[in-house]
Design a protein around this ligand. Structure first.
Ligand code: EPZ
Length: 422
């Protein structure tokens, strides 16, 4: 398994291009199953998760062509041969469960493996099931697979989710586009990736309103047609790289970044003493003074502080002036980066869903291990600001969500290289 070697190397300067959003692309790709006409995505990120979703769609008989070095995905599900999403693929990536709603809507049946747990939590699918059953689906669990059917087709309904689940919102909205009648989804998730999905579905002929709010209304239509859609900028990659100058000093411009994607995060950075300015080409970020100050963080559904930036923010708080309390309210086990940061000299105490970080002057490089996608990059950020060398192992986690991370960080002056496994 490859590792990343990073050495603390002082202030950063320059520009980092931000890619298309992994979590938008992973729901836009299954949308191709809703129509027999081609769906083409541009600005797609080059990530292993995209390759996994490609393999899943191809296993169903869809055609997926990756063009222009992976930035364009030309897809067609005109001739599907299967409606079964196999455990071997689903266990690798939970987002595989996003084929459930589209398959049910178009074919009236789907067999999708339960994803199983992952490092950050149990990640059940009860909210997906409740929503699809509200649309008339019959779903039963057998041998670890969800067997779903809607022989007479799905019917629109009014449904309120117990929690604003991103994935459940995506599955229910996609299913409702082809249901008979009107669906009103209440307590819907408001993430920008859902707004992006709805904009794509609308280009395909779906009748939807309310995206980005807690109530989304969908008028079912008989069929959807093909479309071409540009994937929205990745707000989590954006936020991650905003922390690089915050931790190392200097000034970095994140190309393609927009304040609207990271408002609550940028507000937290401002309170910590990091200046974020929207420019013509993106977001420019620089520390206001030498050392940031500690701020408290609570992760919440959008527009609150994103759980996918919690690990990275913890890395920043490790060298802040004062004590920061980070509360993780979305996932039950998302502090696995904490013990690794402690190995670098951080002062962190974890009690259940709360981590208390007392800032130290400077971290010290050390060998550490990536445990999940966002933890991996928080360790790299910490290593860039630490004294000496840090080796981050198990970087396959990184490849799931960050394209060309070494090249992007090298480009602004980081001392970083990928060590190929011997
Ligand atoms: C999406 O996961 C993202 N993944 C996650 O990003 C992100 O952390 C998460 O939303 C929250 O923003 C993709 O979009 C591919 P949820 P998802 O359903 O849809 C519980 C990353 O790093 N829950 O909003 O799975 C669940 O266990 C990844 O890019 C149920 O209890 O998130 C969790 O505690 C990690 N029952 C909470 O809700 C359900 O049926 C949030 O889950 C569904 C979810």
């Amino acid at each position: 398994m490859d590792s990343i070697l990073v050495t603390g190397n002082g202030p950063l300067n320059g520009q980092i291009p931000i890619a298309g959003a992994k979590n938008a692309c992973l729901t836009l790709m299954p949308a191709t199953l809703l129509s027999e006409e081609p769906l083409t995505l541009t600005n797609a990120p080059r990530l292993s998760d995209i390759k996994t979703m490609t393999a899943l769609l191809q296993s169903l008989g869809a055609e997926v062509s990756s063009l222009q070095d992976g930035q364009v995905l030309a897809m067609s599900s005109h001739d599907l041969t299967s409606q079964t999403a196999d455990y071997e693929i689903v266990r690798k990536m939970r987002a595989s469960n996003l084929v459930l709603g589209p398959l049910l809507a178009r074919f009236g049946k789907a067999v999708v493996s339960l994803p199983g747990g992952c490092a950050i939590g149990a990640r059940p699918m009860d909210l997906h099931i409740e929503g699809l059953e509200a649309l008339g689906a019959e779903i039963e669990l057998k041998d670890g697979y969800l067997h779903a059917k809607a022989p007479g087709g799905l019917k629109g309904a009014v449904h309120e989710m117990r929690f604003a689940s991103v994935g459940a919102t995506e599955n229910i909205v996609m299913a409702a586009t082809l249901a008979k009648g009107t669906t009103v989804l209440k307590n819907a998730a408001r993430e920008p990736e859902i707004v992006d999905l709805v904009e794509c579905l609308r280009k395909m002929g779906a009748q939807i309103s309310g995206e980005g709010t807690s109530t989304i209304e969908i008028q079912g239509v008989d069929r959807l047609h093909g479309a071409t859609h540009q994937v929205v900028t990745d707000r989590i990659e954006l936020g991650t790289y905003m922390l690089a100058p915050a931790m190392c000093g200097g000034e970095v411009e994140l190309l393609g970044g927009r304040m609207s994607l990271v408002e609550s995060f940028a507000a937290k950075l401002d309170a910590a003493g990091v200046h974020v300015e929207e420019t013509l080409n993106g977001l420019k970020v620089a520390r206001k003074n030498g050392r940031v100050n500690a701020v408290d963080v609570v992760t919440e559904p959008f527009p609150g502080f994103p759980t996918d930036l919690q690990a990275q923010m913890m890395a920043l708080m490790c060298t802040a002036e004062g004590t920061s309390v980070l509360e993780e309210r979305i996932f039950e086990n998302r502090f696995m980066h904490a013990p690794e940061l402690v190995r670098m000299g951080a002062n962190i105490e974890v009690h259940g869903g709360t981590a208390t970080v007392t800032g130290v002057e400077r971290l010290k490089g050390a060998p550490v291990m990536a445990t999940d996608l966002r933890a991996s990059v928080s360790l790299i950020l910490a290593g860039m600001a630490a004294e000496g060398e840090t080796t981050v192992s198990r970087v396959y986690h990184l490849d799931r969500g960050y394209e060309h991370v070494v090249r992007k960080l090298e480009g602004v002056g980081a001392k970083i290289e990928r060590i190929k496994d011997q």
